[in-house]
Write a protein that binds this ligand. Structure first.
Ligand code: 8OZ
Length: 374
């Protein structure tokens, strides 16, 4: 029987176990450039089978939060090189989560103070986090977005392609395209944010078009075996709404199955919340989505996430349902999570107050297990 602790390959990436570190926004990279503290944080977690970095915007337009590291400045690529080298040195593997927030942004984060962009000019009605000129932080309402012109869409696809290229230049083993949690790609997928009447709105095929164009461009650039994708069929994160997620995601999974990708990473339920959360009337059937992927020929690793613990993660892999299980908050508090899961050692508790922003406290100071005395 396959175990959570068995090595495997995720596309072209050979990993030492099937525990992934989920992407986690930590807001500790001022000027969008990874720094030495970020190196320590990722290096501490290198025993994960695969680390997926925090969301990493591919352009300034894709930024939605203060102090998030990007992949569009030369200095950021240099900063990420130190992260990937440190993780590789310790035998780990790491992919960059490449990201565009779409409407979940604020004019102060955008180039020239412009409006954020979205499929349609519909506000996210949410909050984001900015840094004031005096250095203090503040939660502010997201700004009203403008709808992308049809002529701008190839530029968005190109931004993701370039972001993937930059990730490889920075030494990453691949990328995860952020198609989840109410950000730009998810905004195109779901009708609550997409009222377009052109080739990118209306039918399921049209709403999935941007996602698939980005997947194809990234896979052509760096190889499908180094390209993963994160999806969240029913999450309400960032007020994203879709009343009929099942046919949409069964279609998406079928299209992805025709492509050669490294992994499909599915957030089950509400991100960081109830696993049985639903949109529309029916419970979402994740097995049906996976079957649509495999039936279409998909061979990538099926990665699951949201609220797993040692027992449910082991069961998910042992039953053959999941190939990899991603842990988020648990990895914040437990740099040596894999060892703890394997030995049944107690887990440190994550502290919510230090999740976003700040320095080493609540970031690099969670203890690993003491070395066992001889
Ligand atoms: C928490 C805070 C800010 C951003 C996501 C990138 O939900 C995020 C995020 C999470 O995917």
């Amino acid at each position: 029987m396959t175990s959570l602790f068995d090595p495997t390959t995720i596309g072209d990436i050979a990993v030492q176990n099937r525990v992934a570190m989920a992407p986690l926004t930590r807001n500790r990279s001022p000027q969008a450039v990874p720094n030495d503290l970020n190196v320590v944080y990722y290096e501490q977690r290198a025993s994960a089978g695969l680390i997926i970095t925090e969301g990493t915007p591919v352009t300034q337009q894709g930024q939605g939060y203060a102090d998030v590291p990007g992949l569009y400045l030369p200095q950021a690529i240099e900063g990420w090189k130190k992260v990937t080298e440190a993780v590789h040195q310790r035998g780990g593997k790491i992919v960059a989560q490449i990201w565009h927030v779409g409407r979940v942004s604020h004019t102060s984060l955008q180039p020239n103070g412009d409006a954020p962009v979205a499929p349609s000019a519909l506000p996210a009605n949410g909050k984001t986090y900015v840094v004031n000129p005096d250095g203090s932080g503040a939660f502010v309402e997201t700004s009203a977005p403008r709808a992308l012109e049809l002529s701008e869409i190839p530029g968005i696809v190109e931004d993701f392609r370039k972001g993937a290229r930059a990730a490889i230049a920075a030494g990453f083993d691949g990328v995860e395209i952020h198609g989840a949690n109410g950000y730009l790609i998810d905004q195109f997928l779901k009708r609550g944010a997409n009222q377009r009447s052109d080739a990118y709105g209306g039918s399921i095929e049209n709403r999935a078009r941007l996602l698939l164009e980005i997947v194809d461009a990234v896979a052509a650039e760096i190889g499908g075996g180094r390209t993963g994708l994160r999806l969240s069929p029913v999450t309400p994160a960032n007020n994203i709404v879709e009343e009929e997620p099942q046919p949409l995601f069964d279609y998406v999974a079928g299209e992805l199955g025709k492509r050669h990708l490294a992994f499909i990473h599915v957030i089950e339920g509400a991100t960081g919340g109830p696993r049985d959360f639903k949109q529309g009337n029916e419970a979402f059937d994740y097995h049906a989505m996976k079957s649509a992927y495999r039936a279409a020929g998909g061979t990538g690793a099926w990665m699951v996430n949201n609220g797993y613990d040692a027992e449910s993660a082991k069961a998910a892999v042992e039953s053959g349902y999941a190939d990899v299980v991603a842990f988020g908050r648990t990895f914040i508090a437990n740099p040596d999570l894999v060892e703890r899961l394997e030995t049944g050692a107690p887990l440190n508790k994550p502290e919510v107050e230090t999740f976003y922003g700040g320095g080493a406290k609540g970031y690099t100071d969670y203890p690993s297990l003491e070395a066992v005395p001889a």
